[in-house]
Design a protein around this ligand. Structure first.
Ligand SMILES: Cc1cc2nc3c(=O)[nH]c(=O)nc-3n(C[C@H](O)[C@H](O)[C@H](O)COP(=O)(O)O)c2cc1C
Length: 302
């Protein structure tokens, strides 16, 4: 890949031309908005509220449904490919079985990777809580997806939530079930209340927090996952500078996702992130990302 930076799912990922903007600006891969079995209107407004350098959102996985999304992905693949950029698709579903069905359909668009979004805090699942909450439910989804994708050659990355007691056990379970990579993290569940109106601000009442304030939470998750499994990690959460990315790579990440950072800096942020990361590497005399990947992990930093 020309760059380790990845446009995170759900942020500027709803159309081929928006995905191309990040590709043109220097992203190494772009992730489309998560799509499900059928069209979803998502939650009513307000859905995204800025708060202290970040955002609380409850978009509710608005998407046109997998059949229409295949067309978007095919067009996106062509457009981002012109910029030497990979295309990642993203899938979700209300049941583990349907995760497999959606993934199989999405594979027809031949994305370079399918992200399996089991961790959105704003939608339900057949178990009530997100599938990412427990090793058994997370692994069940991965098994269905793995089976459905047999013979396609499309790799999968499973997207985890920080909102769990023990992220290591979830990471281990999804890798044992066949995940090729892990994306960590999705948003941190939260909410905002209007003191004068006396009620929650988001129409959905609760949402997910993202942006620079969640970086310490995401770093801890990546650091723990990297010590537990050996698959590549797409580290996502609070990245807004090249130094942020360097910290995630030091914690063991292979790629670095950018979500809210794109709201703060526009798609053009990818050019700046590449430059800042290269400047850090030059300053530190690192000739490649591999030269410092995982350097902050126990046993490597002393
Ligand atoms: C408005 C918004 C919509 C999002 N939609 C999705 C989505 O459709 N699928 C998904 O896997 N993650 C979604 N996310 C989560 C991001 O991909 C990312 O994991 C999270 O925001 C943390 O990264 P950040 O701090 O860089 O934003 C969304 C985030 C935001 C802010």
């Amino acid at each position: 890949m020309k760059s380790p930076f990845v446009l995170a799912s759900g942020v500027l990922g709803t159309s081929a031309s928006l995905l191309e903007r990040s590709a043109r600006a220097g992203a190494g891969a772009v992730t489309a908005k998560s799509c499900g079995p059928e069209a979803r209107a998502g939650h009513a407004n307000p859905i995204t509220i800025p708060w202290k350098d970040g955002f609380v959102n409850a978009v509710g996985l608005t998407n046109p449904g997998v059949l229409e999304e295949i067309g978007v992905l095919r067009e996106a693949r062509e457009r981002v490919g012109k910029h030497d950029c990979l295309l990642f698709a993203s899938v979700f579903a209300p049941t583990a079985r349907q995760f497999g069905e959606v993934a199989r359909k999405v594979a027809e668009a031949e994305p370079d990777l399918i992200e399996v979004n089991i961790s959105c805090p704003n939608v339900g699942s057949e178990y009530g809580t997100p599938f990412s909450g427990f090793p058994a439910t997370a692994a069940e989804v991965v098994r269905y997806v793995r089976q459905a994708l047999e013979g396609t050659g499309v790799p999968i990355s499973v997207k985890l939530s920080p909102n769990v007691a023990e992220i290591r056990s979830i990471a281990k379970a999804v890798v044992e079930a066949g995940a090729d990579a892990i994306t960590a993290i999705n948003t941190v569940p939260g909410m905002l209340i209007d003191a004068y109106a006396g009620k929650p601000i988001l129409k959905n009442k609760t949402g997910g927090y993202s942006g620079p304030p969640i970086k310490p939470i995401a770093l801890r998750c990546v650091y723990e996952i990297a010590q537990t499994v050996s698959v590549p990690i797409i580290a996502t959460g609070g990245v807004a500078s090249g130094l942020d990315a360097a910290e995630f790579i030091l914690a063991g990440a292979t790629l670095v996702g950018v979500g809210a950072g794109v709201y703060l800096g526009g798609a053009e942020i990818f050019g700046r992130l590449n430059q800042e990361l290269l400047a850090y590497m030059a300053e530190m005399n690192y000739g490649s990302l591999g030269a410092f990947r995982g350097k902050a992990l126990p046993g490597r930093s002393d």
